[in-house]
Design a protein around this ligand. Structure first.
Ligand SMILES: NC(=O)c1ccc[n+]([C@@H]2O[C@H](COP(=O)([O-])OP(=O)(O)OC[C@H]3O[C@@H](n4cnc5c(N)ncnc54)[C@H](OP(=O)(O)O)[C@@H]3O)[C@@H](O)[C@H]2O)c1
Length: 322
C-alpha cells in the first residue's frame, strides 16, 4: 500500500463476473486493499452486478469492470487502449480465466475463427501481448488451463488433438459422423492444451528477450461442477452439473468448489510464495508436470507463429519478437 493509502497495483481477471473468475476476484479483493481489481467482461449488466456483489462481500471499494469480448480482436485491442488511458495503478497480474465450451455446433468469433479456439486461446494470446507491454514488472500472467488437456487424467473429456493451429482456427467441415458435443468437447480440451503452450512460450520468450521480471504460468482449477461452463449442455445435464455433481467436491479427487480454486488462482497471481515460478503448470497451488504433449516445442512454435499471423500482431503491440 502506498503512503496515501491508495491501491498501488492493478490486477485484471478476464471473465471475472462468474464462476472461477469471480471467486478469484473475491479472494484478491478480500486479501487487502493494495490491489485495484478489474474484472474484464463482455456483458456490462452482468459485470455491474458482479462488481456490486464483490464490493458488498469484501468491503473493498477498489473493484471495477471494463468491457472485453474475447471473441472480437477489436474489443481486445480497445480494452488494452482503455486500460492504458484509465490511469489505473500499474498492472501487476493478468489472469486469463474466461473460457467457454461450445457443444451444439460450430460457432465463430467476429473475426471468423472457431469460437472455442478464438476465445479460450486467440483472444487471450493477443491480450497478453498488449498488456505485457504495459506491465512494468514485477508481474504475473496466468493462463487458466484444465486437467482435460492431459489424456492420462481421468476427466471424462475427449483427448485433445493438435494437428496445427490453422486447423483449429478454421476447422474443415466434419464428415466423421461424430456428435457436435464430442467435437465441441475435444475443441475445448485442445484449447486448454493451447493455453499451456502459450504459457510456456510466453515464459521462455520473456526470460530470453526482455529484462522484465514477469512470470507466466498455467493453472488447472480441477473439476468445478456448478459453474456456467456447461451452460450449453441440455437442461437435464445442466441440472445434474449444477445441483448434483457438486457433491464430487467432497471426494478425494481433483474436484473443487469455485471458491477453493478461486483462492488458489488468487494465490498464484499475488502470493510471494510463487515469486520464483515461471513456465510451470499448477494443479491448484501444487506445481506438477503437464501432459507429455504439452511439452512439444514444435506445436508450441506452430501455435505461436500462426497466432501472431491470425491476430495480425504488429511489432509495436508487443515487446517480444514476432
Ligand atoms: N468448471 C470447470 O469444471 C473447469 C475445469 C477446468 C478449467 N476450467 C476453466 O476455468 C475457467 C472459468 O470457467 P468457469 O468454470 O468459471 O465457467 P463460467 O462460470 O462459465 O465462467 C466463464 C467466464 O468466461 C466469460 N466469457 C465467456 N466468453 C467470453 C468472451 N467472449 N469474452 C469475455 N468473457 C467471456 C463468461 O462471461 P459471461 O458470464 O458473460 O458468459 C464468464 O465470466 C475457464 O477457462 C475454464 O476453461 C473450468
Amino acid at each position: 500500500m502506498t503512503a496515501s493509502n491508495k491501491p498501488d497495483r492493478s490486477v485484471i481477471i478476464t471473465g471475472g463476473n462468474a464462476g472461477l473468475g469471480y471467486e478469484c476476484a473475491r479472494a484478491i479483493a478480500s486479501s487487502g486493499k493494495e490491489y485495484r481489481v478489474i474484472i474484464a467482461c463482455r456483458d456490462a449488466a452482468k459485470a455491474d452486478d458482479a462488481v456490486k456483489k464483490l464490493k458488498s462481500e469484501t468491503g473493498n471499494d477498489g473493484i471495477f469492470r471494463m468491457e472485453l469480448d474475447l471473441a472480437s480482436l477489436a474489443s481486445v485491442r480497445n480494452f488494452a487502449k482503455d486500460f492504458l488511458k484509465s490511469g489505473r495503478p500499474p498492472l501487476r497480474a493478468l489472469v486469463c480465466n474466461a473460457g467457454l465450451q461450445v457443444v451444439n455446433g460450430t460457432a465463430y468469433t467476429s473475426d471468423g475463427f472457431e469460437m472455442t479456439f478464438g476465445v479460450n486461446h486467440l483472444g487471450h494470446f493477443l491480450l497478453a501481448h498488449l498488456l505485457l507491454k504495459q506491465m512494468p514488472g514485477p508481474g504475473r500472467i496466468i493462463f487458466v488451463s484444465s486437467g482435460t488437456h492431459d489424456p492420462e487424467k481421468v476427466t471424462g473429456m475427449p483427448d485433445p488433438v493438435y494437428v496445427n493451429a490453422r486447423a483449429l482456427a478454421s476447422p474443415a467441415r466434419d464428415s466423421s459422423g461424430e456428435s457436435d458435443a464430442l467435437i465441441g468437447r475435444r475443441r475445448y480440451s485442445t484449447s486448454k492444451l493451447c493455453n499451456i503452450y502459450c504459457a510456456y512460450e510466453f515464459a521462455d520468450r520473456i526470460k530470453k528477450e526482455t529484462e522484465k521480471n514477469i512470470a507466466v504460468n498455467a493453472f488447472d482449477p480441477g473439476l468445478m461442477p456448478g459453474t456456467g461452463l456447461a451452460r450449453q449442455a441440455g437442461p437435464v445435464a445442466f441440472f445434474i452439473w449444477k445441483y448434483i455433481m457438486p457433491v464430487m467436491t467432497l471426494l478425494p479427487i481433483n474436484a473443487n468448489t469455485p471458491g477453493k480454486s478461486g483462492r488458489a488462482l488468487a494465490a498464484l497471481a499475488t502470493d510471494a510464495l510463487y515469486d520464483d515460478a515461471t513456465g510451470k503448470y499448477f494443479e491448484g497451488t501444487k506445481e506438477i508436470k503437464s501432459s507429455k504433449l504439452s511439452y512439444s516445442k514444435e506445436n508450441a512454435l506452430d501455435l505461436w507463429d500462426t497466432s501472431v499471423e491470425l491476430v495480425k500482431l504488429a511489432e509495436d503491440e508487443t515487446v517480444l519478437s514476432v
